[in-house]
Design a binder for this molecule. Structure first.
Ligand code: NAD
Ligand code: WQD
Length: 361
């Protein structure tokens, strides 16, 4: 079975490629490398011992996407697909799409809303149109816990009310709604919406990991760069929240656990579930200071920090009830916060400047 992975060179995408290949799926990647390096895919090949078919293209480029779907159909059937949907249906050997491609920085989305709506919404629409054209109607979509806004209770269940406060979050919520409308119009679509909590960590090999451009926005990559000496100290955004120690509490989940959530979501798609939504989190909250202490243990160095005012838009605490995914997908996160910090440190200390490639795009 062949899976097209959009955004497969990125942080979560590259780790998911490893798990997919490990589980015997064939993987095709499309990525425009706007926030990643092709070196990540070479490292995935080194980890798995398999080659990956890679297309450098923007998902908004329908002609380029079509080529990826068409190439596969010609390879197997030697027929020229026509424009009408029914003529392409069945001629394509891609069985499902896992859709990671998009922009993801909350602050940047406030500064550059049009880029976010274009990459995330227009990009998803282009992908869905090409999928429909080729009769590929199985999709796993990367959503985010950000769609829950400031939750009225904890832990967060999938049926909680949804609300968003920034353009990035709005793109995720809009895409979820687009996907539901699509399924209403054509129930033969099967769509798994996965709401990720806070992905951290790296593959245990230390060969792939998170490699943000510029100064990191997120906590763990920031701590890791302080540990390795690229940044002088961590700014802790507020210690006056109503939490265990006053700092923010999040559901940090190891990226390899998150990746295996995708390999579990795939077989479910082939049971014709319609649209299904799952939280991917551990179900446990950890505070910012708990993460700092766990990272200090993992790296054997002190992490200097300063308490600074709260970051606008942050909530006090957020963690998942992941029991629906456990029950319906037989999936559960198993890696501890200690392991998340060890693996992040292993990646960061072996690759102090990340993939060390000039980012393109
Ligand atoms: P990432 O930036 O590392 O990966 C996204 C990949 O998509 C990158 O390789 C980028 O080059 C590619 N891309 C972006 N726009 C594209 C376009 N128009 N055409 C083709 N490729 C494009 O981010 P990630 O952390 O791996 O996130 C993957 C997905 O998961 C995103 O959709 C993100 O919104 C979602 N998500 C991430 C987090 C998180 O904290 N990392 C949390 C919840 C949801
Ligand atoms: C975690 C905690 C900060 C950096 C974001 C997106 C969310 C999702 C995951 C995509 C908070 C504190 C952080 C720093 C700090 N992404 N912090 N100093 O904000 O929970 O979630 O990433 O979908 O949509 O909003 O993650 O890692 O930025 O912050 O004190 O330098 O660490 O205040 O309490 P967040 P984060």
């Amino acid at each position: 079975m062949k899976i097209l992975v959009t955004g497969g060179a990125g942080y979560i995408g590259s780790h998911t490629c490893v798990e997919l290949i490990k589980d015997g799926w064939d993987v095709v990647v499309v990525d425009n490398l706007s926030n990643s390096s092709s070196e990540a895919l070479q490292r995935v090949e080194a980890i798995t011992g398999r080659t990956i078919e890679f297309h450098q293209a923007d998902i908004r480029d329908k002609a380029a996407l079509s080529k990826i779907f068409k190439t596969r159909s010609e390879m197997h059937h030697h027929v020229e697909p026509k424009n009408e949907e029914q003529n392409n249906t069945g001629n394509c050997s891609i069985d499902a799409v896992i859709h990671f491609a998009g922009l993801k920085a909350v602050g940047e989305s406030v500064e550059m809303p049009l880029e976010y709506y274009s990459n995330n919404i227009t990009g998803t629409l282009a992908l869905l149109e090409v999928m429909r054209e080729y009769g590929v109607k199985n999709l796993v979509f990367s959503s985010s816990a950000t769609v829950y806004g400031d939750p009225h209770a904890l832990p967060i269940k999938e049926d909680f009310p949804l609300s968003v406060t920034n353009p990035y979050g709005r793109t995720k919520l809009m895409i979820e709604e687009i996907l539901k409308d699509l399924h209403v119009s054509d129930p033969s679509w099967n769509i798994s919406i996965l709401r990720y909590f806070n992905p951290v960590g790296a593959h245990k090999s230390g060969k792939i990991g998170e490699d943000p451009l510029g100064i990191p926005n997120n906590l763990l990559p920031y701590i890791a760069q302080v540990a390795v000496g690229r940044l002088p100290f961590l700014n802790v955004f507020g210690n006056d929240y109503n939490t265990v120690d006053g700092t923010g509490v999040r559901d940090f989940i190891h990226v390899s656990d998150l990746a295996s959530g995708h390999t579990k979501a795939l077989p479910k798609l082939f049971t014709n579930p319609g649209v299904v939504t799952y939280n991917l989190g551990t179900g446990r909250g950890h505070s910012v200071m708990e993460l700092v202490r766990a990272f200090e243990k993992a790296c054997g160095r002190e992490i200097p920090f300063k308490i600074v005012p709260r970051r606008a838009g942050d909530i006090a605490a957020c963690y998942a009830d992941p029991s629906k995914a456990q029950k319906e997908l037989d999936w559960k996160a198993t890696r501890t916060v200690e392991k998340m910090c060890q693996d992040t440190w292993n990646w960061q200390s072996n690759n102090p400047t990340g993939f060390n490639k000039i980012h393109t795009g």
